[in-house]
Design a protein around this ligand. Structure first.
Ligand SMILES: [Fe+2]
Length: 252
């Protein structure tokens, strides 16, 4: 059995709306490890409008780095086979490419892949234009929790357009586990049925409610949509992006 890889995770403590203490961060790492997750990419929010200037961004990045070192130390001692990475969940902004190139916000594992989120109210036009812009500049956008965007809920064919514009599609594990209730769950079902999802991640924010757990969603996907597809979207695509050992094929 392969392990899982989580590329959307807010376990890094006291840097955004994720873990509120170092102990909570350690608990989240423990939970992830017991759930067969062997690589985590921490993705604290990067919202450019929250910073007053470049110095402010520098201070934020220093904080991320110092908290990340604590996570690494903890994991290295307790779970030597756990790989940790530090990236960002970037709120799309006009200067996103400049922010990436200048090192203000990080790509996934230093790759060309970037985890990008939008306002839930983003228009179809703005979404496709933004994803195309990122792709044209040689980066590969990963659309964070696609199930949250109103324009995709209103017009499901837009999801395929997002993929055609160069994006990979990420869904939150919790949306898969609630098939019978809510819009997110219905979108999850439709997208998985058509194999439009490329990556399942936890988007974990704490150690009690929105926890870093993938196994339940994995088992459901494997049962309903096939084991090969489950392996691809819980492990293979992420391993390729992070260039982990035995990295398989490039995501579609
Ligand atoms: Fe997130």
């Amino acid at each position: 059995m392969y392990s899982f890889i989580d590329i959307h995770n807010h376990s890094l403590y006291k840097v955004d709306d994720g873990a509120t203490s170092i102990e909570a961060m350690f608990s989240m790492i423990d939970i992830a490890y017991s759930d067969n997750i062997r690589a985590i990419c921490f993705t604290p929010h990067f919202k450019i409008y929250r910073f007053s200037d470049d110095e402010d961004i520098g201070a934020y990045n220093s904080l991320l780095k110092s908290h990340f070192e604590k996570a690494q130390k903890y994991a290295k001692e307790k779970y030597p086979d756990m790989n940790l990475f530090l990236a960002c969940e970037i709120m799309y902004h006009n200067d996103i490419i400049d922010s990436i190139v200048s090192g203000k916000c990080a790509t996934l594992g230093g790759s060309r892949y970037v985890l990008v989120e939008f306002s839930p109210h983003v228009s179809k036009h703005d979404l496709i234009t933004a994803l195309s812009n990122i792709s044209r500049k040689g980066y590969k956008p990963i659309l964070a929790h696609f199930e949250r965007y109103n324009c995709i809920a209103d017009d499901f064919s837009l999801l395929k357009e997002c993929k055609d514009s160069g994006a990979l599609i990420q869904i939150n594990a919790q949306s898969i586990l609630k098939f019978k209730i809510g819009r997110s769950s219905m979108l999850a079902k439709k997208a998985l049925k058509k194999h439009l999802v490329d990556i399942v991640a936890t988007d974990a924010h704490d150690h009690k409610a929105l926890t870093p757990v993938l196994s339940k969603a994995h088992d459901k996907v494997a049962k309903k949509y096939g084991e090969d597809y489950a392996k691809r979207i819980f492990h293979d695509n992420q391993a390729y992006i992070l260039q982990l050992n035995q990295a398989p094929n490039k995501p579609n």
